[in-house]
Design a protein around this ligand. Sequence first.
Ligand SMILES: NC(=O)c1ccc[n+]([C@@H]2O[C@H](COP(=O)([O-])OP(=O)(O)OC[C@H]3O[C@@H](n4cnc5c(N)ncnc54)[C@H](O)[C@@H]3O)[C@@H](O)[C@H]2O)c1
Length: 274
Amino acid sequence: MRLQGKTVIVTGAARGVGRACALAFSREGADLALLDVCGDIPGVPYPLGTASQLDHTARLCREQGAAVLTAAADVRDLPALRAVVDRVCDRFGTVDVLVNNAGVAAPSGKPAHEFTEDEWQVMLDINLSGAWRMTSVVGPLMVARRTGSVINVASTAGLVGYRHFAGYAASKHGLIGLTKATALDYAPLKVRVNALCPGSIRDDSRVEGRMLSEIARSLGLPVAEHEETFLQSQPMNSLIEPEDVARAAVWLASDESARVTGSVLTVDGGFTIR
Ligand SMILES: NC(=O)c1ccc[n+]([C@@H]2O[C@H](COP(=O)([O-])OP(=O)(O)OC[C@H]3O[C@@H](n4cnc5c(N)ncnc54)[C@H](O)[C@@H]3O)[C@@H](O)[C@H]2O)c1
C-alpha cells in the first residue's frame, strides 16, 4: 500500500493507460479523482473516451477499495479544471499526485506542412497545454504543502521524431520541456515533476485502449502490420503493456522516488537506446 492516504488525479482516465494507472493507484491504497473529456472533440478524427467508460474505470477502482470521484472535463477548459480541483479538495482535502495522461494521437499521418493551423492547434492544446493547465491549478496546492508529485505521460515521440507525426512529436517534446522547467521551478519547494515515455503500447481490451490502432489508421496501415513494425524496432521485441506504464507511474507517485525530479523515464523495451 505505497499510496495509502494519498489523493491522485488522473486525466484521460476513461480507458487505456489512464484506466491502467487508476487501477494500479487504487491497488496501492490511493483515493482517486478520475477526469476525462467523455466525448468527442472536433478535429480529433477518432472517438475518445465516454462517460460510461469513465464510470467503468471508477467501478473497477471502487471494487478494489478506493474512494473515487469522477469528472467530465476537457483539459482545454481552464475554468472547468478549476471547478474539478475545487470538488476534489472539498471531497479529499488536497491533491498529492497529478497524472497528466490525457492525450490524442491524431490529427496525424501527413508531412508537417500539410497540417492546417486548426489541426496543429488542437494537438498542442490537448497534449501540451492541457498538462500545463492542470499543473497551473494543482501546482499551487502542492507548493503550499511542500509536497507532491506531477507525472507527465509523454512518449518516445518526446525523444525522437516519427515520420508524419509532427504535431504529436512536437507536443510530446514540449511536454518534456515543460517537465524539466517545472521540475526546476518546484525543486526548492519539494514538489517533484517527472515525465514517462512509453513506447508503443498494446491495445489491451481490458482497459479498452485504442491508440495503437488509431496510429495505424493514421498511417493507412493494417494494425497487424503496424504492430509488427514496432515489434521489430523495439530491441526487447515486445509491445509495452498498459500495466508497465502504470507500475512506473506508481513508483514516481510514491515516496520510493522521493529524490527523483526532472527525470524522463522511458518504458519502451529499449526503443530509444539507439
Ligand atoms: N498508446 C500508446 O501507444 C502510447 C504510447 C506513448 C504514449 N502514449 C500516451 O499515453 C497517454 C494515454 O494514451 P492511451 O494509449 O491510453 O490513449 P486512449 O486514446 O486510449 O486514451 C486517452 C484518454 O484521454 C482522454 N482525452 C483525450 N483528450 C482529452 C481532453 N482534451 N480532456 C480530457 N481527456 C481527454 C480520452 O477521452 C481517452 O479516454 C496519451 O498521452 C498518449 O499520448 C500512448
